[in-house]
Structures are given as C-alpha cells and as structure tokens.
Design a protein around this ligand. Sequence first.
Ligand code: PMP
Length: 352
Amino acid sequence: MNQDNFRTITPYVPGIQPGFADMIKLNTNENPYPPSPKVIEASEKFNAADLRLYPSVDVGPLRDALAAYHGFDRGCVFVGVGSDDVLATIFQACFNSGRALLFPEITYSFYEVWARLYNIKAEKIPLRSDFTIDADAYIGVENGGIVIANPNAPTSIAMSGSDIERIIVNNPDNVVVIDEAYVDFGGESVLEFVRKYDNLIVVRTFSKSRSLAGARIGYCVACPELISVIEAVRNSINSYTNNRPSIEMGVASVGDEKYFRDTIAKVIKTRERLTGELKELGFNVLPSSANFLFAEPPAMLSAAEVYEGLAEKHIYVRHFKIKGIDNFLRITVGTDEQIDTMLSEVRKMLKK
Ligand code: PMP
C-alpha cells in the first residue's frame, strides 16, 4: 500500500481505562456519583423500538431544554457529542484566517491536536510561574482566535470573569472560545457575556458536573450568527450526531436542578478535604476550582513514583510526562471512601 495516501498525526491520548473490577479510577475527571434518578428513569422508559428512526437533526429537544435553562433563544445553542465534538467543530468553523490561534502552553492537550488536524497555525502562550493564565498576554497580539479552558486543565486554576472579559473586549475581530468543562465546580462562568459580545463562544459538557460522560453530550452558547457557522460545518460532516437515548437522558438531567446542585456540593466538599489532607502530607496543591486537583508530592517522592505505587494498587491518577508539570499528579475527586483509600496508600509510601 502506498503510505502517501495516509494522514499521519499524533492523536490526543486520554487517561487509561483499565478493566479491573476493584479499581479506583481518578484519572479522567469523571464524576464519582451516578447521574440524576430522573436520567435513570428516562433511560428505563426509553423505547428501543424507536431506534429504527433517526434522531432529530439539530438535537431538537435537548437544544430547546438548554436554551430555556440558560434563558437564550434556541438559535444561540449548538449541541454535540461531548464537548470534544463541539470544540472540534468550532475549530473547523471559526479559525480559518491563517493567523495563529492562541491558547495556553499548559492546557487541555486536545487543542493542539485539533490545530494540527485542521492545519490551524497555533501559538502557545506561557503561563505565569504560579501556573495562572496571564490575560494581558492575549491582548494586543495579532491572532486568528483564542481558546481558554476556565478553570484550566490540568492545573485546576480558574481565571476571573473580568480578566476573560478584557480578552473578549480587546479581540473584537476574533472568536474567543471559553471551555467551561469544569466551571460548575467553582469557576466564574462568562455565559452571560454571550448576550453582550458576538465574538464569544462558551462551551459546556454533561460529562463532569452532570455525571454523563458515557452519554457524550456537550454544547456551546454563542450569538446566532456564530452558531449558524458552526452548524453548517457539522451539517457538512454528519447531520445526526447525538443519539436518541442520550438526547432523552440529557433533557432529564437538565430538569433536575436539585440533584445537580447537591452532587456538585458533595464533590466540592470532598475536594476541600482532599486538598487539606494532601497539604498536611507535604504536597504542593494548586488552588482548585474544578473536580480534580493538581498536586506535587513532597521532595522524598516523585510524581512518577506515586503514580506507579498507586497503579500497583489499582488506583489510577493521571501523570503527564510533560516538561514543567512532570512532577505533578492530576487527581480526580472521587467519593470520600475512594479518597481515603488513596490517601492511606500515599501515607504508606511516605511512611506516615
Ligand atoms: N475540555 C476540557 C478542558 C476537558 O478536560 C475535557 C475532558 N477531557 C473536555 C473538554 C471534553 O469532555 P467531553 O468531550 O467529555 O465533553
């Protein structure tokens, strides 16, 4: 076979998915709690005979539910198969100027993968030495668009809404994408700014705060003109994206605000306890506004050693072999019980 026919690309590598029944999985920022009982009910009520029919072209019922939930017209909402799908579609639709797309040097590594895949020039902007994002570095720089995760991943640190607003206001000719995958756990959302700024796209996911990673639902909110551009690209690839059961489960999730708020509060409470206990053990823990921590072990142990030691016990956290962050671990906030098991293994390693 002639290899010239093939596209070679280094893909994004997600956290490993080992199949052990006894494992504690704290490596992909999933929610440790199940989705709302209303979601479970919707999945049980789903009539599999309906699968002979295609789902609605524009994810209709879920798009309407999200528009009503946030108080926007349906023309301001686009729904995709997880926020990865939404972001990939935005990359194809909105960054075609030939100028460089700006994003932080340390951030969700899929941004760089999509830039390469779609031949978008990219410029990575260094973080400050404390791992925060410097808003001024995105102002007065020629660019063809900006993507920022807020809170950022894997650092877990949030940026203020006013800093993001400065970036939006000072880049009126380019699209600014704010990826709010983790915002429900404590970040300041800029969703309301969509009413004021037509260059802003806010991306959200059901995978984290709504415990629906397996249903693959993401969406974005922006002015109708931008949503039409994004929809045109999606409808040039695949008209039917989200499947029927996940649309119904998504609608049920949006309808259970109390469960949503209660689950978030539980995760935040455990996060704060975990932060305190890791600090007591000598870890340097960055201030988290997400459902995960980014933490550096005390000097006697490297992050790689802690990662290996935990993996031997079937406890999985994430370790990135990337310069500048290779002595950090990204630890998803699990249940209190999971966190206690992990902490007791860490204590054994530290002989404490
Ligand atoms: N953005 C960020 C910052 C993420 O960490 C993730 C999760 N890997 C995503 C987007 C994509 O999540 P999903 O496709 O499950 O919505």
